[in-house]
Design a protein. Sequence first.
Length: 340
Amino acid sequence: MRNRFRVSGLLASRLQEQGVVLPTLLKRAGLPAEFFRPEKITASTDELFALWRAIGESSDDPGIGLKLGSESRLERLNPSAIAALCSQSFRDALQRMARYKQLTCPEEIRIRARGGETSVEFVFLEGAGEEPTILVDVCLAWVLAIGRRGTGGQVWPVRAELARAAAQRGLLEAHFGCPVKFGAARNALVFPSAQLDLPFVTHNVDLLALVGTQLDQELSQQQADVPLADQVKQTLKRTLAGRRPAIQHVARELGLSSRTLQRRLTGAGLTFQEVVENARRELARHYLGQGTIELNETAYLLGYEDANSFFRAFQNWEGTTPGSWRARHVEGVELARCRQ
């Protein structure tokens, strides 16, 4: 996983088409005047958040994020979007989008199935503070645009979940074609699970072989520089929700056999269960720190069969209950804010 975001070189011209004045934008974002000039533009998560907040402040159009995320011109799509459109089905496209996202930024696309519904959520791993609403709109509109274009307009979410306070409900519901739940614990689109098996009319075997193979090779090369335990942990964090962690699933995601993965972990002095526990502990702290996710929901997101199993595990990790840990953490955050 890269620790900086790749910023499309086309973003500057697309913003100008939307009436955004670039020098004013960059000044407002606290970014250098030459930000858009390099051939390869990168930004930290904080810089990216500042940029997108400034875009929202610089535009008079509350739907600018939805428009930027719904790009229809093929020549403006990045390689991962092209690979997604060439996929066999909506499910295949989402899985490719999630896998190739690792190439470009410290961000994850988490796909979770539960009770006949499947949610698609974008998670920024290193950001401080709330995600800019315009950036959230771009991400969710991008997923929907790929799904609708690929299926010929047959994909319709059952709801959108947004962490922000209620605003522009009519605009958002008209774009997503579904009710919007504000004040949610995450930013996600939720689809009927059956829609993920819809075939893509844009499926192109030859183009997918060309683009997908290149992306897979780049991903393999990038992962070769990452310790195996970290690769396993990252994979677990993306796939834990709603299912018991299994070495077979992780091995498949990493392009290895279960036996090979187990042998390599043993060679590194680790067991698969140890890495699972580390991933769960880190995610538990993340979810409990947000304050808006119920404890039972946290257990589900960590792949536990029931809440009691999560409570026992957390007590072993931290020496206290999840509720007590959350209360102390929230109190500490509030005290820190008061001192600023």
